[in-house]
Design a protein around this ligand. Structure first.
Ligand code: NAD
Length: 247
C-alpha cells in the first residue's frame, strides 16, 4: 500500500482529453448539501436503527416505519441542493468521458448536470413494486403512501437496495471500473460491500485519487493519491487541475 498524502494543489496528474474518468461517490459528497452520512453515528441513520429501516426484515416487521423513514429522507433530498463538489464533477465532462458510480440514493449528481450516473443502491425519487423489482415508478412529491400499489397490485416500496439484498448494478459497475483511465473516490467509508470492493477492479497503472477528510483504509491498491479534504474543497481543486492539464 502506498501512503502518500497530498493537498489538491500538488498532484501527480495524468489527464488527457477523452480519457475515461470513473468516480465512485458515497454519502460524504452530499454531507455538505445537508444530507447526513451514518458511519459517524454508531449505525444510526438520522436517528433510526439501520436494521429496522434499511433491511427486508425491517420492511416485513414494520412497513409503516420504513415508509416514514424514506419519506423523511426523500423530503430532505428534494429540499437539498447540489454542492460545489457535485457541480465540479459535472464540469469534468467538458474534457473527459465521465461515469459516476454512486452509492447515494439522492439525485444531486443529476441535478448538478452529470449525464452518466450509475446508482448502485437505487434512487429515492422512484418507487418499486414489492413483487417485481424491475417495475419502478416516479414518485410525485416526497410522500409514498402505504396504500399505493404497483400494476400487479403489490405495495410500492422505495427503489433502494437494502442491506442484505442483491446489488443488480454491481457487475455493470465492475466493468466500468475496469475501463477507467483515471479513478476518483469521494466521501465513502468503504464499509459497505460489494461497493467497497470496486476499487480493486481499477487497473494497477491507473492513478486513484481519494478525497475524504478521514481517508478510509485501502490496502494492496497501487497508485493511490490521498487528498484529505472535504468534498467541496478537494473535488473542485482536483477537477480544475485535470481540466487545466494541457494534455
Ligand atoms: P458512510 O456514511 O459509510 O461514510 C461517509 C464517508 O464520507 C466517511 O468516510 C466520511 O469521512 C466522509 N465524509 C464526511 N463528510 C465529508 C465531506 N464533507 N466531504 C467528503 N467526505 C466526507 O457512506 P458510504 O460509504 O456512502 O456508505 C453509506 C451507505 O448509506 C451507502 O450505501 C448509501 O447508499 C447510504 N447513504 C446515502 C446517503 C445519500 O444518498 N446522500 C446518505 C447516507 C447514507
Amino acid at each position: 500500500m502506498e501512503d502518500n498524502k497530498n493537498t489538491a494543489s500538488n498532484l501527480p496528474l495524468q489527464g488527457a482529453r477523452g480519457q475515461h474518468v470513473v468516480i465512485l461517490t458515497g454519502a460524504g459528497i452530499s454531507a455538505e448539501s445537508g444530507l447526513k452520512t451514518f458511519r459517524d453515528s454508531d449505525g444510526l441513520w438520522d436517528g433510526y436503527d439501520i436494521e429496522e429501516v434499511a433491511t427486508p426484515q425491517g420492511w416485513k416487521r414494520n412497513p409503516a416505519l420504513v415508509q416514514e423513514f424514506y419519506n423523511m429522507r426523500r423530503k430532505s433530498v428534494i429540499e437539498a441542493k447540489p454542492n460545489a463538489a457535485h457541480f465540479a464533477l459535472a464540469r469534468l465532462e467538458e474534457k473527459y468521458k465521465v461515469t459516476i458510480i454512486t452509492q447515494n440514493i439522492d439525485d444531486l449528481h443529476e441535478r448538478a448536470g452529470s449525464t452518466d450516473v450509475v446508482h448502485l443502491h437505487g434512487v429515492i425519487t422512484l418507487s418499486q413494486s414489492s413483487k417485481n423489482p424491475n417495475l419502478t415508478y416516479p414518485i410525485k412529491g416526497w410522500e409514498l403512501g402505504m396504500d399505493e400499489v404497483c400494476e400487479l397490485g403489490s405495495p410500492l416500496r422505495p427503489h433502494v437496495v437494502w442491506f442484505g439484498e442483491a446489488v443488480p448494478m454491481i457487475e455493470t459497475a465492475m466493468n466500468i471500473c475496469d475501463q477507467a483511465d483515471i479513478f476518483i473516490l469521494v466521501g465513502s467509508s468503504l464499509a459497505v460491500y460489494p461497493a467497497a470492493g470496486l476499487v480493486g477492479y481499477v487497473r494497477n497503472e491507473v492513478t486513484k485519487y481519494i478525497i475524504d477528510p478521514k481517508i478510509p483504509p485501502v490496502y494492496n491498491i497501487s497508485g493511490l493519491v490521498k487528498i484529505e479534504e472535504k468534498a467541496t474543497i478537494g473535488v473542485p481543486k482536483l477537477v480544475d487541475e485535470l481540466l487545466n492539464d494541457p494534455k
